[in-house]
Design a protein around this ligand. Structure first.
Ligand SMILES: [Zn+2]
Ligand SMILES: [Zn+2]
Length: 278
């Protein structure tokens, strides 16, 4: 099969982090949408990989082992976090799963820390609400807290992120810097790709991140792309980086699409080669 015939989605989420449907169902929907190569990129967690892989093998989709990691830049608090997609060969699974433990622990603790912070600001919540907020999700995100606060009627939709932003001390930063993450993922044999680079971050940090060992840039993120793809593309060419693309599908409102998207593999050809898909 040549790459021209392949349809890919290298970025989507399941209930393992902040997506709406199970890993199995993400794969089924990808199949329905005619995706050939799929990466399930839950936040800091690969707990969905094995079950997604079983379904992928059944329905004939090539599933790539992946996750979307958080790391911090060590700059101003409001800009301290970026997301980095990481893609691996199948046999890296045990190592990656172990690596994720520290990240998942940080996510669980961040939920409790935010609840403590909100309690100290007079919100009617406590650390004990963590279970109600995240259920059995192994890698909870702030979306869980947003939904929890709204379901309790504690915040208005338009102000909820004022209480969950990175500028609050109680929103603890990820346990690794960008430089550390790039080295850790390289040691696991993986490829790092900067997810949805925001314009202000891109302008400020792109060169520095490439110097630190970043290996790729997401040139198309259907949910969050904000600069034209060719801006990212020319940077990738200049710095010899891989390019990637994905829907960043979560399946939650206001998301209107019904699953992972069949995107052209021309957007990520060298990545497919590096991962042994081509
Ligand atoms: Zn992200
Ligand atoms: Zn994402």
């Amino acid at each position: 099969m040549t790459s021209n015939e392949l349809k890919v989605d290298f970025h989507c989420h399941s209930t393992i982090s902040d997506g709406a449907v199970s890993p199995d169902e993400v794969v089924r929907r990808a199949k329905r949408n005619k995706v050939d190569v799929l990466a399930l990129t839950d936040h800091d967690c690969v707990d969905g990989y094995e079950r997604a892989k079983r379904v992928a093998d059944e329905v004939g989709i090539r599933l790539v082992l992946a996750a979307e990691f958080s790391c911090y830049l060590g700059e101003e608090p409001s800009e301290k976090e970026i997301h980095v997609l990481s893609f691996f060969a199948d046999d890296a699974f045990e190592g990656v799963r172990e690596y994720c433990q520290r990240m998942m622990a940080w996510r669980q603790e961040r939920v409790r820390s935010i609840l403590r912070g909100l309690a100290s600001k007079g919100f009617g919540v406590s650390e004990g609400d963590a279970n109600a907020a995240v259920g059995d999700c192994p890698a909870p995100t702030r979306l869980h807290l947003k939904n929890f606060l709204r379901s309790r009627g504690l915040v208005r939709e338009d102000t909820v992120w004022d209480h969950l932003g990175n500028h609050h001390e109680y929103v603890t930063q990820p346990p690794v810097t960008s430089r550390e993450l790039f080295a850790d993922i390289a040691n696991l044999g993986g490829v790092t790709v900067w997810a949805h680079p925001y314009p202000n971050h891109f302008e400020k940090y792109a060169e520095r991140l490439a110097d630190e060992g970043l290996q790729g840039v997401e040139i198309l993120n259907v949910a969050k792309s904000s600069l034209p793809g060719d801006v990212y593309q020319s940077f990738a060419v200049k710095r010899g980086l891989f390019t990637s693309c994905g829907s960043d599908w979560h399946g939650k409102p206001p998301d209107t699409i019904k699953g992972p998207l069949a995107l052209s593999s021309s957007l990520c050809e060298s990545l497919l080669e590096r991962l042994g898909v081509l």
